[in-house]
Design a protein around this ligand. Sequence first.
Ligand code: PEP
Length: 253
Amino acid sequence: MRKKIIAGNWKMNKSLEDGLALASEVTNMASDEVSSEVTMIMCTPDIHLSAVSGIAKDATNVTVGAQNMSEHESGAYTGDLSAEMIISAGASFVIIGHSERREYHFETNQQLADRVKLAIAKGLTPIFCCGESLETREANEHVGFVNNQLKESLFDLSAEDMKKVVIAYEPIWAIGTGVTASSDQAQEMHLSIRNSLAGQFGQEVADEISILYGGSMKPANAQELLAQPDVDGGLIGGASLKARDFIDIAKSY
Ligand code: PEP
């Protein structure tokens, strides 16, 4: 059965003190209120990873992830973060290819392919982000655009490695805008992604991959989105910064 995942992307928010308070609240509330079938992930700023991992270490359904990772193992890459550093800080997931990184840091599909491979080789679970701009959707090119992102960053993987990837479909026009994809729009794209994975890796592999929706998910719309057959969870930005909202989303299953 596919894993149900509710991942929070804190982005560049929270001081260490505020981040630790949020992590403690989420961890305590999750153990009391959230089904053990749901994996909750807090993707924190790099500098908070180790301390937040310490808070979540005994939790059964809360874990920690990074927001980005270098495609290089180590060396002269000032300011970058390696897979080994992420693991040594206690995290087990890493977001790769968030649209904000693609846009502001010009990350390419090939670079992301290298990062996904390295993350898997080191034992991290990549949360690979894909999704189209408003312009691409309005030109009705969203299906082809997302398929190309998958093809160029994931299709070189072996079937065994593909099973270790989590995908997040995040239409750029819905991220941080308050505009959410309708449940029909989300289901259409999630099914299209799964079909594309099935075409390359076989249906059995495609059926095992968790595909998360991201884009202004909040307690008020989570239930409808998460009820779609091919939506296996959420990647949540703004609403993951408030413990109550983040937990309520995870309780929407
Ligand atoms: C995100 O950054 O991945 C995201 C989905 O943000 P928000 O929930 O704020 O739209």
